[in-house]
Ligand binder design. Structure first.
Ligand code: C2O
Ligand code: CU
Length: 499
């Protein structure tokens, strides 16, 4: 290690969460200016942004959450796992746009934890990233999250501690819009997951194995067992999962929900998996996609949609006579799960592989093809600042990197309040990465500058993706791959407000 590197590291070591420090602006395309101050989670700017968000007399919703260990039934499979309140998914939290949500978390796990409110542009000190926005919540202790919920839509929450997301620690967070509801009659939340915990290993053991085996461990292509996807342009996952789930159930014993024929049902689809994208469709029924990642899009018809890890899609279907499955097919894997929609007096046995094969023939809508509704579209302009995010890996020890570096919370990509920011992501790997940004909903710049508003977007192997956002939520914000193993192995960076 050179002397220069030592000094460089030492300077960063003096930085605590919320502290101020001098940072260089080397990676920035705007003229470098040395001598800037980080806007940390406890800075006055964060408190000001929160009070600007909060309406006088905003309603408050209080929830108690217990993160616990115990046996959960996944539909014919019993597992000893970690969950919120002993159920998988955890109980949904439902609020209205503008409400103040207060969640008292009690950590009864044998490890420290945290909660990240995925997709919400909330106050930075409540974002739930240990080491960046808060301290870990130690075992046998409590932490209270409290924040204004700024936007309506379909969200979820999960820990941001190690690979805990790949246990049963996730639940939907639905934010109702008082102005919504005219174009559907009822709704159904469906959370998708890939499951290995408590079957043959824990997620921590799975990560250890990946790291021990490094690049060779996944045996992509040679073993035949690893998932591949033409649509996603390469490898579709790094692990073999014994089960995939829809609302916590395997295909053998699916959940069902009752709807009358002719009812328009808004499906709120959430992918909470760690390593699996899903194709979702309702055989014989067209879907009208209305939102992605919480934000409205120009309504778009589809038979099947692709949903990567961390992405959400809302789509309205009109209930036919009888019963139909909502099928979720794990991309590149021979696995699927379903939730059954059925008329009050009908029954339905789980569908077989024929229905899956039929759905696999249909065109798949990718979320980046969608277009933001006019009222939420970010008008394109010349960016004030551009940051490249070059995605690489895996290395010898299963290292995944952004810009050639492992995650370093003290070495962020600097931006300033009010800037129009562009992130230019380039995927130099052979696998897709669902890239997620905390605290903002960016505008994907697809062809002709059109695209959806999203917080998580698939970047395909060998391809690039530009996303733009307005820097209007001060703080230190993670951007990372939502494959939880990639993120944990280094594919994370910080978008850092400075002044
Ligand atoms: Cu749902 Cu940082 O992620
Ligand atoms: Cu990734």
């Amino acid at each position: 290690m050179t002397t220069r590197r030592v000094i460089h590291r030492r300077r960063f070591l003096q930085l605590g969460v919320g502290a101020t420090a001098t940072v260089g602006l080397a990676a920035c395309s705007t003229p470098a200016r040395v001598g800037t101050t980080l806007i940390g989670p406890n800075s006055p700017e964060v408190a000001e942004a929160e009070s600007a968000r909060r309406a006088a007399g905003a309603a408050k919703e209080s929830v108690r959450l217990n993160a616990v260990t115990g046996i959960v039934d996944l539909g014919g499979v019993q597992v000893d796992t970690w969950s919120y309140g002993g159920q998988v998914p955890g109980r949904e939290i439902r609020v209205r746009r503008g409400d103040v949500l207060r969640v008292e978390l009690s950590n009864e796990l044998p490890a420290s934890t945290s909660i990240h409110w995925h997709g919400l542009a909330l106050r930075n000190d409540m974002d739930g990233v240990p080491g960046l926005t808060q301290d870990e919540i130690a075992q046998s202790s409590q932490f209270t999250y409290e924040f204004t919920v700024p936007d309506a839509g379909t969200y979820f929450f999960h820990p941001h501690s190690g690979v805990q997301l790949d246990r049963g620690l996730y639940a939907p967070l639905i934010v109702e819009d008082p102005e919504d509801g005219a174009d559907y009659d009822s709704e159904l939340v469906i959370v998708l997951d890939d499951w290995l915990d408590g079957i043959d290993r824990t997620p921590d053991e799975a990560l250890d194995e990946l790291m021990r085996n490094g690049m060779g461990g996944m045996d992509h292509g040679s073993m035949g067992g690893m998932p591949r996807s033409t649509l996603l342009g390469g490898d579709a996952g790094d692990l073999v999962y014994p089960h995939v789930l829809a609302n916590g159930r395997t295909f053998r014993d699916p959940v069902s929900a009752e709807f009358k024929a002719g009812q328009r049902v808004r499906l709120r689809l959430i992918n909470a998996a760690a390593d699996t994208a899903f194709r979702v469709g309702v055989p014989g029924v067209r879907m009208r996609v209305s939102h992605t990642d919480g934000f409205p899009v120009k309504p778009t018809e589809a038979d099947v949609v692709m949903i990567g890890m961390g992405e959400r899609v809302d789509a309205v279907v009109t209930m036919p006579d009888g019963a139909v499955p909502v099928l979720a097919i794990a991309e590149g894997r021979d696995q699927y799960a379903q939730v059954t929609l059925r008329a009050p007096t009908t029954q339905m046995t789980p569908v077989g592989p024929e229905a899956v094969a039929e759905l696999m023939k249909l065109r798949v809508l990718m979320a980046v093809e969608l277009e933001a509704a006019d009222r939420v579209a970010v008008r394109v302009k010349q960016p004030d600042v551009v940051h490249d995010l070059v995605l690489e890996g895996p290395g010898e020890r299963y290292d995944w990197t952004i810009n050639g570096k492992p995650y370093d919370p003290k070495d962020g990509l600097p931006i300033r309040q009010g800037q129009y920011v562009r992130l230019r992501m380039q995927n130099k790997t052979t696998m897709f990465h669902p890239m997620h940004l905390h605290g903002h909903t960016f505008q994907v710049r697809g062809s002709g500058d059109r695209g959806p508003r999203k917080d998580t977007a698939l970047v395909l192997p060998g391809r690039g993706l530009n996303v733009d956002f307005i820097a209007d939520n001060p703080g230190q914000w993670l951007t990372h791959c939502h494959n939880v193993y990639h993120g944990e192995a280094g594919m994370m960076a910080v978008v850092s407000y400075v002044e």
